[in-house]
Design a protein around this ligand. Structure first.
Ligand SMILES: NC(=O)C1=CN([C@@H]2O[C@H](COP(=O)(O)OP(=O)(O)OC[C@H]3O[C@@H](n4cnc5c(N)ncnc54)[C@H](OP(=O)(O)O)[C@@H]3O)[C@@H](O)[C@H]2O)[C@@H](O)CC1
Ligand SMILES: Nc1ncnc2c1ncn2[C@@H]1O[C@H](COP(=O)(O)OP(=O)(O)O)[C@@H](O)[C@H]1O
Ligand SMILES: [K+]
Length: 501
């Protein structure tokens, strides 16, 4: 699914109005009706206070209020006083006047505000995607009032005060903290940043039937990785395929005391379709790998403890380095030498391989084009330094990816795959149960298998994070968030592939 900047959404709205064709008031009615249909079963019989602004977000709020009133809900409307209501908002205000029970408070000062019980649901329709500056004055007062009530707030389209993309210069006091956000047609970029979760709460997309032609025509740099995107990226097997055509991958992972990382990565790689897997392990640990992953071949390092050498790379269709290798000087030297011999072979670097590169900046220049790096936030910080906010973090990632022509996978909720072109893919799968030791090692194995099958690096990264998150979601259904461990993600890989194909 595409993610658009809010200015493109306005363009798609306008195109829909002209080409469906549909009157803008009727498009607003359709959006509000779909919103009502979602809210009605969730909040049956609860009293509502609907807060509306002068723009079209307020128009949605007023249309929704009419629907709530007609369905018998106790509904009070608070309208921010304004001399210039949008045409459709004015029309919806007019329509409300024909409903006997409607109570519209024109907000001028705090004394005007209704009293609220803990049972109330507040609907926030103050500002939507038309917001163009931080809130102040009466609008700010209303947001602060809503936030201080400590009752459930539902935001229409976007929490009022939150910008759709960059909130760097915003006033955090002037943003609604919603329990839920129902957003029209597309997620907004700012919803995908961890720091904005306290504003959006749980968010959901409501399809309002915007014009598919315009949606496919307008280009964007941002995508939400859904099943369709992933399915189109995954290769099919032909009936004549054999293990020699499914890729021979090399995994360099583990060190004395950290062999779990290597085992998890190796298992995940085998469960993600690699034809053959060789794992490079320290001498004293090779029995662990043989016993834990009998399907893997083992290349035994001369060192008892860590990665210090690697086999001839020409045998391998892709190479993965990092989980559990440590950052001792011999491993640093070995990684440096590996980067000198890698040529243009597909490469994924994770965990300590990233930490080593962060500590040895000259190695950044040796990264082959298209290499995939999968840092978690701590590793990414070591690589590029601090950032002030998540928008800036994304900018830094785009800069790094472009400068070094690599693919960055920023892990976390909505894991983000950043391509050298600046295109960003945000993952839609995964859950907090995956915040557990070794789940990143599993991702490395999955992507390595895909790279080994000659998938383009960006495709392997995008499909890999989706399958990884989906396997985590499937595992979570039976394990729950607390009990979920990395091995459960591996066990669910089969179902994840089957469900995606
Ligand atoms: N288009 C469609 O067909 C559909 C649209 N839909 C709905 O419309 C919403 C977008 O509507 P919108 O563009 O009217 O924006 P919205 O946020 O309600 O108001 C912006 C107005 O406020 C003003 N303003 C801005 N910042 C301000 C500030 N800090 N403090 C004070 N004022 C500020 C600014 O005017 P300005 O003051 O800059 O002249 C502007 O006029 C969208 O989120 C969705 O809910 C759906 O119904 C589906 C169909
Ligand atoms: N809240 C979350 N929602 C979705 N995915 C998550 C969440 N927390 C962690 N994950 C996923 O789990 C993995 C954790 O990776 P990482 O921190 O490298 O773990 P480890 O180093 O223990 O292997 C990442 O792929 C990340 O996207
Ligand atoms: K809103």
């Amino acid at each position: 699914m595409k993610i658009f900047p809010v200015k493109s959404i306005a363009e798609i709205d306008q195109y829909t109005i002209e080409n469906e064709p549909i009157l803008s008031i009727n498009l607003m009615e359709r959006a509000s009706r779909r919103l009502f249909d979602v809210l009605d079963p969730i909040y049956r019989n609860r009293p509502f206070v609907v807060v509306a602004g002068a723009g079209n977000n307020g128009g949605d709020a007023l249309a929704l209020s009419r629907m709530l009133l007609l369905a018998g809900y106790d509904t009070t409307i608070v309208l921010l006083k304004s001399d210039c209501l949008s045409t459709d908002t004015a029309l919806n205000l007019e329509r409300l006047k024909h409903i006997r029970q409607s109570k519209v408070i024109l907000y001028q000062s705090v004394e005007d505000l209704p009293s609220i019980t803990s049972n109330h649901v507040i609907v926030d329709g103050l500002f939507g995607s038309g917001l163009n500056r931080p809130l102040e004055g009466k609008a700010l007062e209303l947001v602060q009032w809503m936030n201080e009530l400590n009752v459930e707030i539902v935001s229409i389209d976007i929490p009022s005060g939150l910008m759709g993309e960059d909130n760097s210069g915003n006033n955090p006091e002037g943003i609604v903290k919603a329990r839920r956000t129902f957003t029209f047609q597309f997620p907004k970029l700012s919803f995908l940043f961890p720091e904005n979760h306290k504003y959006t709460g749980q968010w959901e997309i409501i399809d309002i039937g915007l014009h598919p032609e315009k949606i496919s025509e307008i280009t964007t740099s941002w995508y939400f990785i859904d099943r369709d995107i992933c399915r189109n990226l995954l290769p099919q097997r032909s009936c004549f395929d054999h293990k020699g055509t499914m890729g021979h991958t090399l995994l360099i992972a583990g060190s004395y005391g950290k062999m779990g990382a290597a085992v998890l990565s190796a298992r995940a790689c085998l469960k993600s379709g690699t034809g053959l897997l060789t794992v490079q392990v320290p001498h004293d640990t090779c029995q662990i790998m043989h016993a834990a992953v009998p399907e893997a071949m083992v290349n035994i390092d001369r060192s008892d403890l860590m990665f210090t050498e690697f086999p001839n790379l020409s045998t391998f269709s892709a190479i993965g380095v990092g989980p559990g290798i440590g950052i001792r000087s011999n491993a640093v030297k070995a990684l440096d030498a590996l980067l000198d011999s890698i040529g243009d072979r597909p490469l994924i670097l994770d965990a300590d391989a990233i930490n080593i590169i962060a500590q040895n900046p000259h190695m950044k220049e040796k990264l082959p084009p298209g290499a995939i790096l999968t840092p978690h936030p701590g590793e990414f910080k070591r690589l590029v330094g601090e950032w002030d906010n998540d928008f800036e973090r994304l900018e830094k990632a785009k800069e790094f990816a472009a400068q070094h022509k690599v693919i960055l996978v920023l892990k976390g909720a909505y894991t983000t795959v950043v391509l050298p072109s600046g295109v960003c893919y945000f993952n839609s799968t995964g859950n907090p149960g995956m915040a557990t030791a070794g789940s990143g090692d599993v991702l490395t194995g999955i992507i390595l298998a895909m790279l080994g099958r000659k998938m383009d690096a960006w495709k392997a990264a995008v499909a890999g994070v989706y399958i990884h998150g989906l396997a985590g979601d499937i595992a979570c259904e039976t394990e729950g968030e607390e009990a979920l461990i990395a091995s459960d993600i591996i066990s669910s890989l089969g179902k994840a592939f089957i469900n995606t194909k």
